[in-house]
Design a protein around this ligand. Structure first.
Ligand code: ZN
Length: 202
């Protein structure tokens, strides 16, 4: 589970209906996959906003570790940080999203919980607390495409490698980060605390 080994981050857009609605986007009929560079992963507690963006959004997501047998073995929480201004500009011009999604430090990542320790993934719940206020709240069961379907889909289409990461999309509540914000993320299953992450925005 060495984050330095991560090569590819397979991510999915609009995998929760409430987030698709807040983005005024259609609900996809098949998984909408995009890439973040593996080197975007940041396991420290600091978030750095790139100087060229005025609108970096938090997207809290369940993140899965792809093991040596290309199976999902562990779960964590990640922020799919997104420069929304750069993304809007790219969308308007019909250009790719790389600048919006793959800047340095664009994937803060927590520590890992073995899936063997979780009874049913359906019960996974996660929350992002920004400056003591709950701003995002999601349940794994609300995904449009569940993690196993996403894994099968990316294996059918792409050269998925051991130690890759799968990000499974964000629920509603995405918003801009500003310097000084204090973030806390929690992962629970049936009210059992599995993981807590803490990030400070520089
Ligand atoms: Zn996302």
């Amino acid at each position: 589970m060495n984050a330095k080994l991560i090569r590819n981050i397979w991510a999915v857009g609009r995998n929760y209906a409430d987030h698709a609605r807040e983005m005024k986007a259609e609900i996809p009929k098949s998984p909408m996959i995009f890439l973040k560079a593996g080197s975007c992963v940041e396991t420290g507690s600091k978030i750095k906003i790139p100087a060229w963006s005025k609108d970096v959004h938090h997207e809290l997501e369940l993140a899965y570790w792809i093991d040596e047998n290309l199976k999902l073995s562990h779960v964590s929480l990640a922020l799919d940080l997104t420069a929304r201004d750069a993304q809007a500009e790219a969308k308007a011009k019909g250009q790719p999203w790389t600048s919006a999604k793959s800047f340095t430090g664009a994937c803060p990542l927590g520590s890992w919980v073995s899936l063997a320790d979780i009874d049913t993934q359906e019960e996974l719940q996660f929350q992002l607390i920004k400056n003591n206020e709950i701003v995002q709240s999601g349940y794994a069961r609300d995904m449009i495409f569940n993690p196993e379907i996403l894994l099968q889909h990316i294996k059918n289409h792409f050269p998925v490698m051991p130690s890759d990461l799968l990000l499974t999309g964000t629920p509603a509540g995405v918003a801009s980060l500003k310097s000084g914000d204090v973030l806390q993320a929690r992962l629970t299953a049936a009210n059992r605390e599995l993981l807590t992450c803490h990030w400070d925005v520089e």
